[in-house]
Design a protein around this ligand. Sequence first.
Ligand code: NOJ
Ligand code: CA
Length: 544
Amino acid sequence: MSNQPWWRSAVVYQCYLRSFADGNGDGIGDLAGLRARIPYLASLGIDALWINPWYPSPQHDAGYDVADFRAIEPAYGDLADADALIEELHGAGIRLLLDIVPNHLSWEHTWFKQALAGDEAARARFIFRPGRGEHGDLPPNNWQSAFGGSAWTRTSEPDGEWYLHMFAPQQPDLCWENPEVIAEFESVLRFWFDRGVDGFRIDVAHGLVKAPGLPDAPPGALDSTLEPHPAWDQEGVHDIFRGWRRVADEYDPPRIFVAEAWVPDNERLARFVRPDELHTAFQFDLLTAPFRAPVMRTVIDDARQVLGQADNPSTWVLSNHDVVRHVTRYARSQPEQSLGGVLDRERWLTDEADLELGLRRARAAALVTMALPGKVYIYQGDELGLPEVEDIADHRRLDPIFERSGGADPGRDGCRVPLPWHGDQPTYGFSPDGVHDTWLPQPQGWAPLTVSAQDGVEGSTLELYRRALRLRRERFVGAPDLVWIDAPDDVLAFRRGSLECWLNTGAEPVELPPGTVLLRSDPTTDDGLLPGNTAAWIDVGEPA
Ligand code: NOJ
Ligand code: CA
């Protein structure tokens, strides 16, 4: 093992707490449930856990509408549970990252309630503006909420001004030009760092600062985070994060950050991970790429050249709580078709045969991310091969995107369904015995995907992940940088020292180089060939 800081090669498991494990039987995941499953997490061989926002929240956006940053949502537990969790995770050798949401608060946060009550100092922490038009009844500019509709809502008190919310109306944006906002968040960071938390994932890191004067956005940027937009990726965010880095560096060991920053390209992303700013930032291009070797190679190459040079390579991620699970994405995306709804979700029912193909591809893609230089994030359920849950009844859907799109976009509930642990029907051990329903309904047919159905079973996705993570730690961490190997169009192949990773996204088998096969995403084949839609790791002895 190298003496690099831990986070430079970390494997982080994303725990969507609400759907991880329910300890008290109300159908909602909680800290008691999570604490009871620490041995499972340890058995995966991860370095850290990232937990989505666990603070008190009215849950208009699944906890990304935070009402109090210094407490725990009562449905999940309390601060004593959090302290116990931190200690137990550390005892198991697992670090803990929390999620901080600095772009907006819940409209039930004291600050916003004070602002609506007319407190001038409190109003100055948010972005209130008079409306356009003779009676001020048109929004101050043309910005759209990321969840659909205008990004402005008019208040009745005290003067009919509008407030900005780049997400739901229940999530008013903060004004980061206000020093009180800066001080408050640095204090929140310290609150959790003092309790032993190892770092934070930063929600909407590209959104905190808005262009002066709040000008209209160019039409092309209205519904895309990949075009320059006056609400996104402004220069001022970097000063804020330099301040956060100073806070993190006051601690021993230093605390770390990972940015969620949707920006147009790697040049822009690289600005977030300059040496005096954030340690890491998600590289989302593999998550939006189809399962095609040439595209994936271009993505990896561009990230390497621009972003992850030297000693701080990219942070790879295939799925999270905001996108269609990659088993289903890959099932939908035939080479000649579009991506099938990573960010533009459609209502869709993928058929069984396609899902088998999707799982085959998902297993192969996982081996690629784990062999690459850099960090890897695993979204809970990836290790079980969970697909997106597509047939959720409308009245059970909770994501505000569903409602704000008038039902056209099914929203993100399908990737947030509670994990199956054991048994053959809901709740599959997610809740204690005797409970039959969960906050989002689980589908029938998940019995083969439960943890206990896969535990210790040769060839299961769970065992593939465990083996891959062990081999990664033993062989790939600290291995030399990547060198591409010439390969046919449908094949992506690279070498790191004596180790090679081969991925075949085509239909026809290709020949593998001579050497010892360390791992195959499809363990049923073993004859020097790499079948379509699979990957393999090979030790070729001496590097060529
Ligand atoms: C990104 C989070 O991942 C997503 O779940 C949330 O809805 C938005 N930011 C707004 O906080
Ligand atoms: Ca519970």
